[in-house]
Design a protein around this ligand. Sequence first.
Ligand code: GLV
Ligand code: MN
Ligand code: MN
Length: 415
Amino acid sequence: MLTQSASPAHIQRILEKLNTFNSDQTGGTTRVLFTPPELEARSYIKKEMIDLGLSVREDAIGNIFGTLAGTEPELPAVWTGSHIDTVLHAGMFDGMAGVVAGLEAVRMIQASGASFKRNIEVIVYTSEEPTRFGLGCLGSRAMAGELSLEQAYSLKDADGKSLPDVLEELGYDLTQFADIAVPMGNVHGAVELHIEQGGVLESLDLPVGIVYTIAAPTNFLVTVSGQQRHAGSTPMHLRHDAFLACCELSLKLEQLAKDSSSPDTVATVGKVEVLPGAANVISGDVQFTVDIRDSNYETKRSLVEEMRQFVHAVEVSRGVKITVEQINDDLPTRSDEHIITLLEQACREKRIPYHKMISGAFHDSMLVGRFAPIAMIFVPSKDGISHSPEEYTDYGDIALGTDILAETLLQMAQD
Ligand code: GLV
Ligand code: MN
Ligand code: MN
């Protein structure tokens, strides 16, 4: 067992420094993929890795790997890590806590002088958040072989720039894109620490969660074409209001999620663009996002099927045209039983009470789980709040989670 515990002060120092790389003018954290603050944060983390004595490399989509060498570096490595990009007007813990916990765990393992066979790698995955390109987990998705260069060209930011164009401008070598995929068997196991982003641990007054399943999203971009008309002179029965079709679909999605047989089904319409967007004009065009998640893929599929049938019904009843473009359809990921056992053992040895739970949010581990055994450690979110400037996690709780992480990584690296 490691004798040294994780230091809340170290964790706080790095998280607060990371938070200075931030374009949010109003008190939150905004760090969007490959914008200046995100690039500065990347450089900062690489410097922290080098200061720890890790060797640093990056792949063709910008996933950063900091490697602590084991005595048998040819063996499949042990991974930890998370992301440093954010949603707009976010908090300073989502993703970043996992990267910093990885660095702190490596520092503790080094300080212990323990010998271990496998390399331990701290990874910063590129763009877990869909903020810039509308699709999440870009780096880990490419690792899982679920994002080809061709698909990447179809991902465009708000300025119409594609992901590969941005990568090329930054000097990444697109001829290496296919090499990002990680073959099955190359990674011995991966453990990600993340803030819970919900209120379960706090309600149970427990400092640590062990994730056994990550619920997965299916995302759509829906476009409604109605008729743009005068809001005063068009009687109600002669309207084809695109926004009202969007409202009807949104409410139906809420009902379908509430009525689902799976307790983990959730559905959200999070972004709506109403055109032309004027008080005295009936909307002619609306584009909106749909995000449906579940720990059970089958219930999610049947909800999607019901949504599609309802779309047809609304087209007919409102005389509008609706197109539904599927962005992604991810499979839930189950954690590896052996890693869970190691995490539980570490909790028991350190007398840290824990709760086994699902993750409603998605994480890079969801895609890493396609090619490696994974598990996740959760630490509590104050008031269950995340994706908000009010997001907060106690540094002492991150340190407790890091103690479990460090112990488990060392065990796996010695295995
Ligand atoms: C990740 O941020 C998610 O939306 O679950
Ligand atoms: Mn997030
Ligand atoms: Mn996250």
